[in-house]
Design a binder for this molecule. Structure first.
Ligand code: SF4
Length: 354
């Protein structure tokens, strides 16, 4: 295999076939960084509208650093994996304070920022600064596994794939080589029915020559996702209801929610609700009636959430900084998890009245 010619073939293909994506039309390290964070675990078509809105509201890293976390979470609402957003916020403050607003272009300093993993370092530093680092996400892993005819992604084999990308950089722009591999993984070398007849790598691809590219890389068997039953309360105080903010250390940290929690084994729904409200709000609610039930799937588990209208007895809930009483019309000022939005949608279509 002539590395030089493979690099040239890749770059020519990328030049002629790259998608016209707003995310790929910039060399601004800040914009590349936030786009790569948004694209983690998220499809391009989902991330793009979020990216456009984000850049409109926060045109510079400094504007992110100066913003309150509630405001940035509101813009992220619905994109999931909220830790990414909070980490980016923390990292933006570090860059402003420690690096005078200039995103560091060396591996060690950039990798030390919150939320920056191996893939992000490679993507941002190669695209923005031309640093010769591979950016290996799931798509690129699949392309390189097939290209090299390597099924099992052991540590040693991953090193072989990494070094293969490094060799492709040769004298070419590492950012363009990385992006070419990302595009091939997204558009051609898809998990099922890869479009090998359109692929610029087919002449040198071992899995294609073996006639069975779909078998590369070996799939890891995943355990079935657990399912939990959850109860929540819409606790009313006149025309307002109670919401609380999740701790930043928890999953969905920084988002607002109704109080409640998991039903324990053998517990009935109403008893579980009373226990949860007593634990979280330190009072016993009057349960009025069931509001609705929804099912929601998160990445690693799913839930059935049963939601009840409740009433507060004589202003028993202590108002804290991480809680609030809001009207239905104020919901849009806060960021909530998707499961809560399913409840809001149901209530909007039906009735908020007790
Ligand atoms: S030839 Fe087929 S299997 Fe090989 S990299 Fe291209 S799309 Fe993937």
């Amino acid at each position: 295999m002539q590395i030089n010619s493979v690099s040239n073939i890749l770059l020519r293909w990328y030049d002629n076939n790259k998608r016209d994506l707003p995310i790929r039309l910039t060399k601004d390290p800040y914009k590349i960084w936030i786009s790569e964070i948004m694209l983690q675990q998220t499809q391009m078509k989902t991330a793009i509208p979020y990216y456009i809105r984000w850049i409109d509201k926060f045109p510079t890293l400094e504007s992110v650093a100066k913003s309150k976390s509630d405001r940035i979470l509101k813009l992220w609402e619905g994109l999931g994996y909220y830790r990414r957003c909070l980490n980016f916020h923390k990292a933006s403050k570090i860059v402003i304070d420690k690096y005078d607003g200039r995103i560091p272009s060396d591996y060690e300093s950039f990798k030390a920022l919150p939320g920056v993993g191996e893939y992000t370092v490679g993507a941002v530093l190669s695209i923005a600064f031309g640093v010769a680092l591979p950016a290996i996400d799931g798509n690129v892993n699949r392309v390189m596994s097939r290209f090299n005819g390597i099924k099992n992604l052991t540590k040693r084999n991953k090193d072989i794939l990494y070094n293969c990308i490094v060799s492709l950089f040769n004298k070419s722009d590492p950012g363009d080589i990385n992006q070419a591999l990302m595009e091939i993984g997204a558009l051609l070398c898809v998990p099922k029915n890869p479009l090998c007849n359109k692929c610029p790598l087919s002449n040198n691809c071992k899995a294609f020559k073996n006639g069975n590219p779909e078998l590369y890389p070996t799939k890891i068997k995943r355990l079935p996702k657990p399912h939990f039953t959850v109860v929540t309360a819409i606790i009313w105080r006149k025309e307002k209801f109670y919401i609380q903010k999740r701790s930043q250390k928890k999953m969905l940290g920084g988002l607002w929610e109704f109080p409640g929690g998991k039903v324990e084994k053998g517990e009935n729904l109403k008893n579980a609700l009373i226990r949860e409200i007593e634990e979280e709000c330190h009072f016993t609610p009057d349960i009025i009636k069931k509001a609705t039930s929804i099912v929601h799937a998160y990445s690693h588990f799913s839930i059935t959430m049963h939601c009840y209208h409740c009433r507060e007895k004589e202003k028993k809930i202590l108002d804290q900084s991480s809680s609030n009483w809001i009207t239905v019309n104020e919901i849009s000022k806060y960021s909530f998890p998707k499961a809560n939005h399913k409840i809001f949608n149901f209530m909007n279509k039906n009735d908020w009245n007790i």
